[in-house]
Design a protein around this ligand. Structure first.
Ligand code: HEM
Ligand SMILES: *[C@@H]1O[C@H](CO)[C@@H](O)[C@H](O)[C@H]1NC(C)=O
Ligand SMILES: *[C@@H]1O[C@H](CO)[C@@H](O)[C@H](O)[C@H]1NC(C)=O
Ligand SMILES: *[C@@H]1O[C@H](CO)[C@@H](O)[C@H](O)[C@H]1NC(C)=O
Length: 314
């Protein structure tokens, strides 16, 4: 009961505020989206990991206090910000947001007021660079004033099982369908050994390696990550086509060749398991579901102001 109450509270708190709309900038800043898209395209030309960085940044932002840009804030004095919390290992590409913001400012004289476009709307543009779907991003979020490293532990961990994942998502108004579809973001990017070491070293007292890992895949992971405390930079791509947005991730789940316990956990409930099969056999079904769930996740608002500088509160 207490858990249910607190999830209801979190959810209603996060959903307050003005409704988002897709034509929010039509009058005031008609080229905003193409300017942002250009900043992302330019950055991606130099660095193929940018779309993955932005996508993960967006997820982290939305899961802590709503999609309010709190993940962008710098630590200040004694307050350690979200981006400096433990699950931050691979958060990167912050500079792309800064560049998009600068480009907006030089195109529109009064542009600081458009600062809140940034991460959310940029995240809608990943399709451009990585072959993913495109969608009309709901706009008009406000920025938050609070960012705490301690709250980054509210993010789901890669060791989570299906019930823990379900709880984490439902606290944000997201369903098992959303969990199955959004996890497909793991078709992009890179993971450090520390995120899956639990499965390949001292899994539990009876077995060293998680039996739900395909054996030759587990062996290849152990070659890259030979000890429990590996060099901090060692790791592997999330899937062999890790700069292309496709449905390979779901095929790999069925072959038990995914990195995290939380990825494999999608086989742990009948609902998510059947979606994994569906998405593995149809990229189109995956793309449609991903867009629907991204819009849902991106609509968790929570901010109060329109920040002038991405990295500090007004
Ligand atoms: C279901 C719960 C989730 C868990 C437990 C989880 C966990 C993780 C972990 C541990 C990493 C690797 C970090 C590292 O070692 O560097 C990672 C990477 C990533 N995650 Fe997730 N994640 C989840 C859901 C999501 C969602 C919903 C999205 C976006 C919609 C997402 C997007 C990404 C991306 C794009 C990367 C690669 C980042 C990069 O290459 O920089 N994840 N995730
Ligand atoms: C991540 O957080 C740790 C503290 O938990 C900090 O030492 C490190 O500098 C942070 N990394 C980034 C990229 O912000
Ligand atoms: C998931 O993990 C939690 C916490 O460790 C545990 O209480 C629960 O029984 C587990 N659920 C499943 C389905 O394995
Ligand atoms: C270790 O994990 C395996 C596979 O999940 C399981 O069958 C076994 O009971 C576990 N052992 C202990 C001691 O938890």
């Amino acid at each position: 009961m207490a858990a249910l109450l607190s999830s209801l509270l979190i959810f209603s708190f996060l959903s307050l505020g003005t409704p988002l709309s897709s034509n929010y900038y039509q009058k005031t800043c008609p080229n905003a989206e193409s300017i942002i898209r250009k900043a992302v395209t330019d950055a991606t030309k130099n660095d193929k990991t940018v779309p993955a960085g932005l996508l993960r940044m967006h997820f982290h932002d939305c899961f802590v206090r709503g999609c309010d840009g709190s993940v962008l804030l710098n630590s200040k004095g004694k307050n350690k910000a979200e981006k400096d919390g433990p699950p931050n290992v691979s958060l990167h590409a912050f500079y792309v947001i800064d560049n998009a913001k600068k480009a907006l400012e030089s195109a529109y004289f009064l542009a600081p007021v458009y600062a809140h476009l940034r991460v959310y709307d940029v995240s809608g543009l990943i399709y451009m660079q990585s072959g993913g779907p495109s969608w009309d991003v709901p706009k008009g979020r406000k920025d938050g004033r609070t960012s705490k490293a301690s709250e980054s532990t509210q993010l789901p961990a890669p060791t989570f099982n299906i019930s823990q994942l379900q709880q984490s998502f439902s606290q944000r108004g997201l369903s098992l369908e959303d969990l199955a579809a959004l996890s497909g973001a793991h078709t992009l990017g890179f993971s450090h050994c520390s995120s899956f070491n639990n499965r390949i070293h001292n899994f539990n007292s009876t077995t060293d390696i998680d039996p739900s890992l395909q054996p030759s895949f587990a062996a290849s992971l152990r070659r890259v990550c030979p000890a429990k405390n590996n060099a901090k930079t060692a790791g592997v791509p999330m899937d062999p086509s890790s700069t292309t947005f496709d449905n390979t991730y779901y095929k790999l789940i069925l072959q038990q060749k995914v990195l995290f316990s939380s990825d494999n956990a999608l086989l742990g409930s009948p609902k998510t398991k059947s979606l994994v099969s569906k998405f593995a056999s149809s990229k189109d079904a995956f793309s449609k579901a991903f867009v629907k769930s991204m819009i849902k996740m991106s609509s968790i608002t929570g901010g109060q102001e329109i920040r002038k500088d991405c990295r500090v509160v007004n």
